[in-house]
Write a protein that binds this ligand. Sequence first.
Ligand code: CA
Length: 232
Amino acid sequence: MKPMNNEKILIVEDERKISDILKSYLEREGFGIKIAETGREALRLIKDRFDLIILDLRLPDMEGEEVCRSIRGISDVPIIMLTAKSSEDERVKGLGIGADDYVIKPFSPRELVARVKAHLRRTQKGDKKILSFNEGVLIIDTTSMEVRKRKEPVSLTTTEFKILLSLAERPGAVLNRLQLMNMVQGYDFEGYDRVIDAHIKNIRHKIEDNIQKPVFIKTIYGAGYKFIGVPD
Ligand code: CA
């Protein structure tokens, strides 16, 4: 028997066939599962604490994007979107509103379980520390996973935090998109480069004063990204 791991997952999906399969796979791994069949039900349920949310984009009462945005208004819980949408732009739009990852239907339950675990895995290895850049303008606290810009808290999703930390721990080094993807999620998949770009864009909006003239994350064309903040 697998040990219980107290982590709770909310599945937001109106198709019973899909949510039942996911539930049985995830329960076998020891997760506690709740299912919401509508967006409204999901928004009511998230007042309880969940460790991760699996969110279908096509719901009977609301757009999944709208649900995602509402969740992000109150929580930075990891969100994996289920999408049947084949256009990459639409998927990347989902990441733009704060989802951490997406899986395209039809998907293999085994793969989804692997992604769930990757998102839940505690990746904060090594020393707990506080990183400070540009004379205290940007502070990254690796223990509390908090980021502050000029002392004001910055709300980053878990994935955004991991990307920022991966870069900030290596000031001056160029990291390519594949390296970043592997650092934050431990795997890559088709289209990961657009995913990384979408997350970087979100991070910049939150930590840069002028996203046209970034002072923290610089794009190195044809190569990747470089953290250019000056360590204090
Ligand atoms: Ca659906």
